[in-house]
Design a protein. Sequence first.
Length: 676
Amino acid sequence: MIGTILGSRYELIEKIGEGGMAIVYKAKCRLLNRYVAVKILKEQYTSNIEFMDKFRKEAAATASFSHNNIVNIFDVGVEGKYNYIVMELVEGKTLKQVICENGSLPCDQVVEFGIQIAQALECAHRNGVIHRDIKPHNILVKEDGVVKVTDFGIAKASNSDTITHTTKVIGSAHYFSPEQAKGKVVDFRTDIYSLGIVLYEMATGKLPFDGDSPVSIALKHIQEPVVPPTAIKYDIPLNISNLILKAIEKEPIKRYQSATEILHDLRQIRSNISYNIPQNNGDTEEFTRIMSPINIDEDKSSKTSYEDSNNYNLYGKNDDEEDYDDEDYDDEEYDDDEEDEVKPRKKRSKNKKMKLILVSIGIFIVLIGAFAITLSMKPSTDAGSSKKEVKIPQIVGKSEENAKTIIEELGLVFKVDGEEKSDKPKGEVLKCIPNEGTTVKKKSEVKVIVSSGPEEVTVPDLGNLTLQEAQNQIANMGFKVGKVIEENNETYSEGTVIRQDPQPGTAAKKGDTIDVVVSKGSAVKYSQTPDLINMTVDEASNVLSAANLKLGATTEVSTTDKSRDGKIFYQSVSSGSKVNEQTAVDVKYYKYKEPEPEKVSVPYFVGMTLGDAKNLANSLGLNVSGSGEDSDIIESQSIQAETKVNKGENISVTVKKQEPEKPEKPEKPDEGENQQ
């Protein structure tokens, strides 16, 4: 594949990754001359036409929105048998690699990464896209700490695959929700669950559920309680642990209901580590469920399953569950072994059957009579009942006061059954129970759910953000961009937010507008300081003048290096700096000077031989002159010892002749010895 050109513009350069469904290459876009990532779907998925159609649609849907924490999709195409997506090339590591290298991450980093992932999900959910495969492998971490979520669209297109398909998606079984494991239809809350598992792994360095196969892991997601993060790492703050546990509740209704909710709590923890997140109290409220009728005569083992509220199987038996044999509950184990009791039992059974038949006949006769009486009285009953029954009028969208007046005028009982967060005004009726148009008897109770008003959210701090970044953050938190005013500012760089209204940290309702003031830069005119190094003073003066700057003080520094003569080696304002026009720039430059001759100290030559004095003088770069032999002794010298003189200086000396030593006379021998 290396060297292949897709779409006549994307040249594949090198393979940079491979997942369960696709291979990723680094490529160069010949048209825009930039590097991109190209994800090519593996061939085994290209034969499924329905899958490919969904893949392309979802990839195109993801490309329709952008966010700083989502890997941008640039293009989608088909080249022969290759189906590919062109994406933003992100330099960095996957979150899985970061966790493997570091183990558990610091709590502040867990919160920061969690905020960025939640922001990405919030943007995707707002655009109607469910990721369905949130896991550390699909989260990229740049060197500057920015998190990028990838693989949007592919996971969404996988909704036709069953649980057995997870054996081909490496690691996904560890992160998907119980409803995914059951093969049920999922909503945005399944991404919340997966995010909770990722937060759990970041905080503890471990996965909450593990097993030998994807199926065994999936069953644990459905059935087994999770070990709290604080039980694994005791230094994890309780609010972070509670946030994670709330995100990975097995029942979606008990989880965070949106990415915005969990994002709010994460931001609160970031700004206030003692922020309290209450733990779910595990209430046992019974929710209405749809399930198959229970046949008592069938396998009694099923009774245990239905009694255990944690093990309801609402979609039928799982293929991986173990079947129970009827033999395990053989009726014979309840029979008495004594033969003399068998016949009386059979007689009692026959008597019971006879009584049941007679009672059934009697009930049947009574029902026929009652039915006949009802038919005869029907006209008069209907006439009376029509006066006692009314239809519930349309009250949804009306204020609580108006709805109450309308309901009570019809002789019904009005009751507020609760409040819900809504973008509707506070007190507006959102739901009616029973539904509008339903016929009910007078004095019946009509329950309503009213709006508690738009949800209040903490206004973010937009200071120093660019206008585009500020607008994105305002939209992501459910606010609207209000007035955008520009003004000069000496502190904030051009294009960044100076201040805002409402102020950061205040509470505001979703849908409220936020006004921002953006810097136009300084009103003072600036110039960019040129590079003056190695220029002459005259050259620097001309260059500074062209840049609307001035040459300041010039300082001369001596040098014996002639090649540096006249060149500037220092400027008081570094090159590239923005300064006010007409700012003076001081410089220092080199000035060449001839080096002075080297000085040496004259030795003390008196008492030395003329030859030794000459040798010593030569070694010091001096000259010694005097008439005589090298063996003659110096009596005086023309320049006093210890005097500093230039090298090559001549020192005159006077010498005296060295008297040759006389040989010793031999001793005369004794006369006695000669005689002998």
